[in-house]
Design a binder for this molecule. Structure first.
Ligand SMILES: NC(=O)c1ccc[n+]([C@@H]2O[C@H](COP(=O)([O-])OP(=O)(O)OC[C@H]3O[C@@H](n4cnc5c(N)ncnc54)[C@H](O)[C@@H]3O)[C@@H](O)[C@H]2O)c1
Ligand SMILES: [Zn+2]
Ligand SMILES: [Zn+2]
Length: 385
């Protein structure tokens, strides 16, 4: 089959002869992919920042498709069903899944000290092949996959596998109260969706920070919020203090993660010399921009170690930090309703529709933020007919 093939940092190619996945366990399903996305999280893999990312792996944790085969114990799905598949692989029965912490499943990843299994996200997250391919094996098929409601646009459905739940959970973890000022770092797909969802929780003011003008323009229109370029406001922390009567934001959301721009020192030590797991500039700014007693919600992805994080300010300001991978399955019923009622319009963020065979170009465009790219989706040949 045709599949994305990781060769090493900044090298991705189209494999035309990858063996098709087969049922390996009675609760597996095989899904023919109809749409898959490239995510900001895939860029951390593509840039070589995630440990144990092995050449030959196929990325892709955001995908929808048609079930073509199921294992002997699968009862919920049958061939022909169209499903959206949460990016987390969850067993549904361990103590973490029982608490609806589907991103922290204890059974789906042999390395389960922190994260559970994730499709196409290195051997650190279980070593599963992902959906940037024609076919994908879906373990625990009775747990994660959700039948796509009839009439739902596939472009909306594929964004329910990660982007919408992650943006929503970012806002939810902020425990936003009516009238709160919410500052979001990052105007990528996740920051854009977090801005949109912050209003659903009653925010009174939503401010987004980034340095890509085209994304700032987009989020201003899409989420009806304020948006500022950190390269033109001086010290972003001081700017945000001034904008909030010197109190700071009630809630800050980090939707950037470990590849933040904005500090030469962080970029050199974290991204060039790899003396820490990436650059934590947005996290640094978020800690310093939130008010005393405020809440910091982190959905940006980080590796295990980070330097230059002002932990003393977290303690002395009494900040509550909440963070996790999104628990997609927990949120889906509510978010499907938001999409069907028109309160969230996910597909509006899709800027690029690229044939799966051109996956290397797609990574290049998205990584370099070229051509006004916000969210690229990959379409396999069988879904283009
Ligand atoms: N927790 C989860 O479940 C989950 C799910 C999906 C994505 N993520 C993570 O969320 C983050 C964002 O994902 P995305 O798809 O939107 O990625 P993206 O790369 O498209 O967007 C990141 C944005 O951050 C901006 N940025 C860089 N430095 C900044 C700074 N110092 N301050 C403010 N903005 C800055 C970039 O210009 C870019 O627009 C990534 O770290 C990704 O791994 C987490
Ligand atoms: Zn993703
Ligand atoms: Zn589990």
């Amino acid at each position: 089959m045709i599949a994305m093939n990781y060769r090493g940092p900044f090298r991705v190619r189209t494999d035309r002869n990858k063996p098709e996945p087969r049922i390996e366990h009675p609760n597996d399903a095989i899904v023919r992919v109809i749409r898959s996305c490239i995510c900001g999280s895939d860029l951390h893999l593509y840039h070589g920042l995630v440990p144990d990312t092995r050449p030959g792996s196929t990325f892709g944790h955001e995908f929808i498709g048609e079930v073509i085969e199921v294992g002997g114990s699968v009862v919920k799905l049958k061939p022909g069903d169209h499903v959206l598949v949460p990016f987390n692989i969850a067993c549904g029965t361990c103590s973490f899944c029982k608490q609806q912490l589907f991103g922290n499943c204890h059974e789906s990843n042999p390395e389960a000290t922190a994260v559970g299994g994730i499709f196409g996200y290195s051997h650190t997250a279980g070593g599963f092949d992902g959906g940037q391919a024609e076919y994908v094996r879906v373990p625990f098929a009775d747990v994660g996959p959700e039948i796509i409601p009839s009439g739902m646009d596939p472009d909306d459905a594929v964004l329910l596998t990660d982007v919408v739940p992650t943006g929503y959970q970012a806002a939810e973890m902020g425990s936003i109260k009516k009238g709160d000022t919410v500052v979001i770092f990052g105007a990528g797909p996740i920051g854009i969706m977090a801005a949109k969802c912050s209003w659903l929780f009653g925010a009174g003011r939503v401010i987004v920070i980034d340095h890509l003008e085209y994304r700032l323009d987009f989020v201003r229109n899409y989420a009806q919020c304020e948006a500022y370029n950190f390269r033109s406001i001086g010290d972003p922390v001081l700017f945000l203090k001034k904008a909030t009567d010197f109190y700071g934001a009630d809630v800050c959301i980090d939707a950037v993660g470990c590849e933040a721009a904005g500090s030469a020192l962080q970029t050199i030590t974290g991204r060039k010399m790899l003396l820490q797991a990436g650059s934590a500039t947005a996290l640094h700014w978020a800690i310093n921009s939130v008010k005393k007693g405020g809440i910091l919600s982190i959905v940006g992805v980080y590796g295990p170690t980070g330097n230059l994080i002002p932990i003393g300010n977290v303690v002395n300001k009494g900040i509550t930090i909440r963070a996790n991978q999104a628990s997609v399955k927990r949120l889906l019923p509510k978010l499907i309703d938001h999409v069907q009622s028109g309160r969230i319009d996910p597909k509006a963020i899709i800027t690029h529709r690229i044939p799966l065979e051109e996956v290397a170009d797609a990574y290049h465009i998205f990584s370099a933020k070229r051509d006004y790219c916000i969210k690229p989706i990959l379409i396999p040949p069988s879904a283009r007919a």
